[in-house]
Design a protein around this ligand. Structure first.
Ligand code: PLP
Length: 423
């Protein structure tokens, strides 16, 4: 009997024993194509020699030095690398161990920034329905996915949720995509005005929505309008690129395609590429300077922040993405995979939409293509799809639609950037 407490208690997991390129291998010798990189994590595939060597070298040199006393060479190097590539005036990097931690840090930084600038009433967070920002309590409260929140609702902080930008379902037939995006963004201004502009702390959104919607980017102009609204009312824009960042969409940072720079940017997953648990929160110099000129202290931290071995892995991963030409490769493979999905499923009566950016693609399942009717939740389409694909040796990331009346089951594909044409 296993003493490990698994996530899926009712269906204990298979034991993985090794990884090679785009494949994982279990203890019976069966190979699985890692079509979702776990959950958009394994961007370099498995067994990358350069990343492994960087980890080994750093562990031998210096495994741990508490950030209450020390910085380290890998942390400095990784921050320099990220800031050199980051858009706009993002200028400082705060390292954490994963995505939820990055979001928690972002929320606390936003609150502390307003406090230190003399705006203690700014406390409200606005996010979007059908979003996922992590499983710790602050991040879970920020996410809008009803299914993930339901059991914990009584212990979550109050967060306002507006509509996501979801062209496939919510754009009216007689509306242009641009006009729809402006209409969707207007919900933010309406909510800020309803709450009282001087009480709103931050708006949080994923540039391309991952786990809860299946790779849904916003339409052109949506995030530019969101940026304008945030600026008008002094609300900080926090973009959560934990899943869609680090090259996954063909840009190192997904927001580059939307032409906006957030005040705070969260990354994780692809930053460690599965080799080390690491995430980061990037912020503008203006935010950093507000704390520097005020308390001189960020009232937040975890023991393992800025871990030297994790940062060394991050340096090797970012270096691999940039120096091996993986961003153009993502764009090239995106065209091929998207074309293959359209060839195979474009006319399928139960595939309503094929969408996404880069190697971050999703397909939405529908009972009826014509009116986009979702499958009844009791059919458990996502769960059955996951099980059938796994049996056939394919790892993908299907997710049930809670549909709050509107959103359906879908599957997310996020294969390693090194995937070959045949694969
Ligand atoms: N934010 C987004 C957009 C995510 O997709 C996830 C995880 O899937 C998280 C945050 C939480 O990240 P982690 O699971 O590393 O805590």
């Amino acid at each position: 009997m296993s003493h490990v407490f698994p996530r899926q208690i009712a269906a204990p997991p298979v034991k993985a024993v090794s990884g090679e390129g785009c494949y994982l291998i279990d203890d019976s010798g069966k190979w699985y194509f890692d079509g979702s990189g776990g959950a958009a994590v394994s961007c370099l595939g498995h067994g990358d020699a350069a990343v492994i060597k960087a980890i080994q070298d750093q562990a031998g040199q210096l495994a741990f030095a508490h950030t209450g006393f020390f910085t380290s060479e890998p942390a400095e190097k990784l921050a320099d690398l990220l800031i050199a590539q980051a858009p706009g005036d993002l200028d400082r990097v705060y390292f954490v161990s994963g995505g939820s931690e990055a979001v928690e840090a972002a929320l606390k930084l936003a609150r502390q920034y307003h406090l230190e600038r003399g705006a203690p009433d700014r406390r409200h967070i606005i996010a979007r329905r059908q979003s996922y920002h992590g499983n710790t309590l602050g991040a879970l409260a920020t996410g809008g996915n009803a299914w993930r929140r339901a059991q914990f609702a009584p212990i979550l902080i109050d967060v306002s949720h507006i509509a996501p930008c979801y062209e496939y379902v919510e754009k009216d037939a007689d509306e242009t995509a641009f006009d729809y995006g402006q209409r969707a963004a207007q919900e933010l201004e309406d909510e800020i005005l309803r709450l009282g502009p001087d009480t709103v702390m931050a708006f949080v959104a994923e540039p391309v929505v991952g786990a809860t919607m299946g790779a849904v980017p916003a339409v052109e102009g949506y995030f530019k309008r969101i940026r304008e609204i945030c600026d008008t009312y002094g609300v900080l824009l926090i973009l959560d690129e934990v899943m869609c960042g680090m090259g996954r969409t063909g840009h190192l940072f997904a927001c580059e395609a939307d032409g906006v720079t957030p005040d705070i940017l969260c990354i994780a997953k692809g930053l460690g590429a599965g080799y080390q648990p690491i995430g980061a929160m990037l912020c503008t110099d203006a935010i950093y300077q507000a704390l520097a000129a005020g308390s001189g202290f960020f009232q937040h931290g975890h023991t393992y922040i800025g871990h030297p071995v994790a940062c060394a892995a991050g340096v090797a991963v970012v270096d691999a993405i940039l120096s091996r030409g993986l961003l153009p490769r993502v764009n090239e493979m995106s065209q091929k995979l998207r074309g293959a999905l359209h060839d195979a499923f474009g006319q399928h009566p139960n595939i309503g939409d094929i969408r996404g950016r880069g190697l971050f693609l999703g397909m939405e399942f529908v009972a009826d293509r014509a009116d986009k009717t979702p499958f009844a939740p009791g059919l458990n389409i996502a769960g059955r799809f996951k099980a059938a694909a796994f049996e056939a040796g394919l790892i993908c990331y299907p997710m049930r639609g809670t549909r709050d009346g509107q959103y359906g089951d879908h599957v997310l594909l996020a294969p390693p950037f090194i995937m070959s044409d045949d694969q």
